[in-house]
Design a protein around this ligand. Structure first.
Ligand code: ATP
Length: 774
């Protein structure tokens, strides 16, 4: 409901005053959090305040605590760091400093504080809350406050938002800023990779992470590094240096021209001795005689405009923080807003802080298994998957595996992460003893017999490649089912991995439905969703949608800048998505669009009229001579009648002289260039789990099934079980497999999308933050 009125007061009937501060190290996305808090607070009928320079602003008071209006946070989304400033404040660590802070809050009438920072900042916040009654007592006893002044403020509400580039906080899967930091690291390492390859050099790259190896591990996965060092999992055994050199030599012998080693700043060996980038550089130079360079990325990692993920995470969490403040009571512990299972969550702040400290303690007592267990389960799994897709041979993992001939095919439009998935599948499959085959140019290629065995080195560097190296198109097996079956049999393909969009899903269905006629289709098949539209059933995210979101965001930031420079311009930006509004909704939130048109809601004259009225109101409110550029996002299939041109014409006509309207149709730039780190990481995870799935659905039937293959180079595989053709989905924090048949009931085949759109919560937040109510 676009017009739902927000509640204007809290349960006590008093107008709430909610303040936000950012503290500790800056993190990209903090500004989006401030914007989310300010606008959500105003929407809920509260007054919003920003405390400048972290806790120092609370201690100093006065003009450091500023009331914020709706427009004060305009333009915040795209800005890195924190506009309201941050600091490390010594005074707040001591009680006298906190006394001053309490006095200043009461004098301003503020009774709720949202703190965005790392574990230190959140520890300080909770201490402040627990001391609050005694601080007020002391202020009354010293005459700094009167009883009447203090009386309405017996309880201080504290809510924590985790702004930390290290992703080092427990009880949340991800922290604000970590993904942007990963973007900066991957951009840097991608650049280093090209010069390393040119000169056949080795590079040792130091990344941030004093107690947490998340950045190093994820960067290692995303850039296809040869080796990583993290604090939680030191290299095992006394001879790890020999093993590392042997592994790097193996890579070189296979033909790799570059070597990348990533070292967390907190990396240690099993005796807690630091492993430094310099040590590793010396090792590679002395032992392997590689021309080795060292790059310490340093503060570059903190910089730049936030990624789409961080903008949306921080925005959603900022809004949730205001809800948590309004729901808070004196007996409920302070809340920390996190993200678990792809949902914004509330947890006990102090428990989360205590658990975070446990990791460092576990490392100190050399309990590295315990330290890894304290991280989220995906972290441990991804570490193993990194090894399994990086090591050139690992005899350990070949045990008890039936060798399979696995066909890998791309289907549909290109999407960021397709190549990364092929790379991980090829390397993991080879390490497991399978033989991977690339099927080139989709089903027409298969029909023409374009099938090629893939070696470990064939996919080198593919992590960072956009598009589809195998070649992809939308053609279906029904183009010639007989030939598809024939070629699969001819090449003795025993299981199939399809990487693609909705077309890959329908291709699976076609082959599933034809199993009775063509026994060649009676084998395990897995569909890894890869489409920028994110419209495949059975998954919350498909490969490519994050890359696309970032490409749209970058384009819209530039468009918005242009629109703002010309002062009175509205851009109607058309984005892809087919009948799915995912990209439109998510990019709308990312760039702060004034309105978003999606196929799920359609466009009506009444809606257009309302939006024009809203634009007129907003332009009339803009400061004299400083009208903002504004963006409306329209999904390509939002309406047949109200096309992008027509929407822009109507807005222009109705805006009279007040504002102008232009269109921007983003087209294929939305496929992005190089895949985003999240898409690369998801690609690796899905590919590895999918090979496991193919194995499981082979071994299940290997002893009991009849044989239909005459191949001599592998076991016969025959599986007609509906469960053996499945979509590999990211559901919450897990990879789950759902059979294509059972997904039919959840799929809107006509509109080529799932029946449920989990992202509608983001839509509601977008509406809330685009409309000034007060
Ligand atoms: P980062 O992860 O970037 O280091 P952080 O929030 O952990 O961020 P800290 O320097 O530990 O950074 O803390 C920031 C500020 O929070 C401190 O300068 C101090 O003002 C306050 N603070 C931290 N710990 C405490 C504490 N135990 N008691 C009171 N205040 C604290």
């Amino acid at each position: 409901d676009l017009d739902a009125e927000p509640a204007s007061t809290d349960t006590t009937g008093r107008k709430r005053k909610i303040a936000i501060l950012t503290s500790g190290g800056d993190a990209p996305g903090m500004n989006a959090a401030v914007r989310g808090v300010v606008r959500a607070a105003i929407s809920r009928g509260c007054d919003a305040y920003a405390v400048h320079e972290g806790y120092q602003g609370l201690v100093d008071g006065g003009k450091m605590i500023k009331k914020m209006g709706w427009d004060d946070v305009q333009g915040y989304l795209s800005v890195g760091g924190t506009v309201i400033g941050t600091a490390r404040c010594k005074a707040f660590r001591e009680r006298p400093g906190r006394l001053l802070a309490a006095k200043n809050l009461v004098k301003e009438g503020i009774d709720a504080l949202i703190v965005c920072g790392g574990d230190g900042s959140l520890t300080g916040a909770d201490l402040f809350r627990s001391e609050w009654p005694s601080l007020l007592e002391e202020l009354i006893s010293t005459g700094d406050l009167t009883v009447e002044e203090a009386e309405p403020f017996t309880h201080l509400n504290i809510v924590g938002l985790v702004g930390s580039i290290d992703n080092d906080m427990s009880s949340t899967d991800i922290t604000i800023g970590a993904v942007t930091c990963l973007h900066r690291i991957c951009e840097s390492i991608d650049s280093i990779s090209s010069t390393a390859s040119s000169h056949s050099r080795a590079f040792v790259v130091e990344v941030m992470g004093r107690h947490c190896g998340w950045l190093a591990l994820m960067a290692g996965i995303a850039t296809g590094a040869d080796f990583i060092f993290i604090p939680e999992r030191p290299p095992s055994g006394e001879d790890w240096e020999d093993e590392m050199c042997a592994e790097i030599k193996r890579h070189r012998d296979l033909g790799k021209r570059k070597t990348i080693v990533i070292v967390s700043e907190g990396a240690i060996d099993s005796n807690l001795k630091p492993i430094t980038a310099k040590d590793m550089m010396d090792l590679l130079t002395d032992r392997l005689h590689l021309d080795t360079r060292m790059t310490i990325l340093g503060h570059v990692q903190r910089g730049g405009s936030p990624s789409a993920f961080d903008r949306n995470l921080a925005t959603m969490q900022g809004v949730e923080a205001v809800e948590a403040v309004l729901a808070s009571t004196p007996d409920v512990p302070s809340a920390m807003i996190g993200m678990n299972e792809n949902k914004i969550s509330r947890t006990d702040l102090m428990k989360a802080v205590a658990l975070t400290g446990e990791v460092a303690k576990a490392i100190q007592r050399k309990d590295f298994v315990g330290a890894m267990d304290l991280r989220d389960p995906a972290f441990n799994q991804q570490y193993e998957q990194f090894l399994a897709t990086t090591l050139a041979s690992n005899d350990e993992i070949k045990k008890n595996v039936q060798p399979l001939r696995i066909g890998i095919i791309n289907v549909g439009a290109p999407a960021g992460g397709m190549n990364a998935a092929v790379r991980a599948a090829v390397r993991y499959a080879r390490n497991r003893g399978h033989t991977p085959f690339a099927i080139l140019n989709g089903f027409p290629g298969l029909i023409a017999g374009q099938v090629k065995e893939m070696q470990w080195m064939d996919v080198d560097g593919w992590m960072a490649h956009g598009g589809s190296e195998l070649g992809t198109n939308r053609d279906q097996p029904s183009l010639d089912l007989g030939m598809v079956s024939y070629q699969l049999q001819k090449f003795n393909i025993q299981s199939l991995m399809l990487i693609g969009g909705f077309e890959a899903y329908t291709a699976c269905l076609e082959m599933y439905n034809a199993r009775n006629v063509y026994p060649a289709f009676c084998m395990p098949m897995v569909h890894i969703p890869a489409t920028i539209s994110n419209n495949v059933p059975g998954t919350e995210y498909s490969l490519g949608c994050d890359t696309s979101l970032n490409a749209i965001m970058t384009a819209c930031d530039a468009i918005k800048q242009s629109a703002t420079a010309s002062r009175k311009r509205v851009f109607v930006v058309e984005v892809h998505g087919g009948k799915s509004g995912f990209l439109a909704v998510m990019s709308g939130l990312t760039v702060g669009a004034t309105s978003v048109y999606i196929p799920e809601e359609g466009i009506s004259l009444a809606r257009l009229q309302k939006d024009v009225q809203h634009l007129c109101k907003r332009y009339s409110e803009d400061a004299e001579g400083k009208s903002q550029g504004r963006i409306i996002i329209r999904c390509e299939a939002a309406s047949k009648t109200y096309t992008t041109d027509i929407v822009a014409s109507i807005i222009k006509e109705e805006g009279h002289q007040q504002f102008d309207a232009r269109t921007a149709i983003l087209g294929h730039i939305q496929q992005g260039n190089s895949p985003s780190p999240l898409d690369r990481i998801r690609a690796m995870r899905l590919a590895v789990c999918s090979i496991d799935f193919l194995e499981e659905h082979t071994s299940d039937i290997s002893s009991s099934s009849s044989t239909h293959s005459s191949a001599s180079s592998g076991p016969a595989v025959y599986n007609k079980d509906p469960e053996s053709i499945a979509v590999a989905g990211i559901l919450g924090s897990n990879v789950s497999f759902t059979s294509v048949e059972s997904l039919l009931k959840d799929t809107d085949m006509k509109n080529r999308k799932p029946k449920q759109s989990w992202w509608m919560d983001y839509r509601r937040t977008g509406i809330l933050l685009a409309r000034s109510k007060h």
